[in-house]
Design a binder for this molecule. Sequence first.
Ligand code: ATP
Ligand code: MG
Length: 333
Amino acid sequence: MSSAAPAIVVKDLRKTYPGREGPVEAVRGLSLEVFTGECFGLLGPNGAGKTTTVEIMEGLNEPTSGQVEVLGMTWAKDEEALRRRIGVTLQETRLPDHATVLEMARLFRSFYPTGPDPMETLTRVALESKSGSIVETLSGGQQRRLSVALALVGDPDLLFFDEPTTGLDPQSRRQLWDVIRELQGRGRTTVLTTHYMDEAERLCDRVAIVDYGQVIAIGSPRELILKLGGEHIVEFAVVGATPPPEEFAGLASVQTSRTEADGYALTVSQAHKTIPDLLAKLSQDGLELARLTTRQASLEDVFVSLTGRHLRDNDEPAAAPVKRGRRGRQRSA
Ligand SMILES: Nc1ncnc2c1ncn2[C@@H]1O[C@H](COP(=O)(O)OP(=O)(O)OP(=O)(O)O)[C@@H](O)[C@H]1O
Ligand SMILES: [Mg+2]
């Protein structure tokens, strides 16, 4: 896999949008490589710059600066050749309302030199019974599946899926995972963005965690989780008192300790050693346990350990923040 030429190379990518309240630095020096044949995930909170990055890779958005090479080519020189070799599912697709599902699939098939029968592609996303329906009459989830089918219909070498399963029911999500796995099995390269940690962990060979327009971590989900120093999370809460999290940092096999909602989360390497130690400490301190659970560490924990924030409930302003640590100028004279 790594011996083949990379499918995508991005170097020091920057994109600044003119915004009403001043320019928005959506992408701020982002670099990454996507290997041929892998499923690569871009993971990050709302406004991190994932869609902007993917749109630039897809040749649908102009970078402010930086280099982007796709399948050994560039959008400036090789647009026509590139279009025939990539398939795109946008985060929001507007399809012509009055065409039928099969007409759309045939139209997209005609853009490519090869590819499966359009009806076969519709079957892969479980839309065969809707082939004669007008696009306008499809549900949101069905439209999403149609846009996936349109990305598949030319059997491209490289596929982009921007939030492919957002808004899909669990069954359709799993179906789409199967589609992506099948593409992996046939050596196709896929790039996807997602908010779902479990999706990234299951599907992606490697992920880049993106925050404020930069890659803050890159690797296989397992590598990133192992870097936490512990693969298990012990979560607990105590009744009444709220000792600082550092109180628990010295327990057996604990790597990190943080407060979490109404309790604590400990990253540990050996939960069976931590738990007896924790129970002993609580009883020594006269504290009563309100709840205790253990689970496998996830990419969400990786994000929290890198940023101190959760991926899910991030509602900070999307634009690049003022750099922390440069407080000198804020002092009043
Ligand atoms: N056309 C535009 N004009 C101005 N600002 C934009 C434009 N498109 C995106 N932005 C801004 O750029 C930043 C990155 O947006 P982008 O859509 O790339 O993020 P994202 O990571 O895909 O987010 P989400 O998870 O919500 O899809 C955001 O602050 C967004 O408001
Ligand atoms: Mg997006």
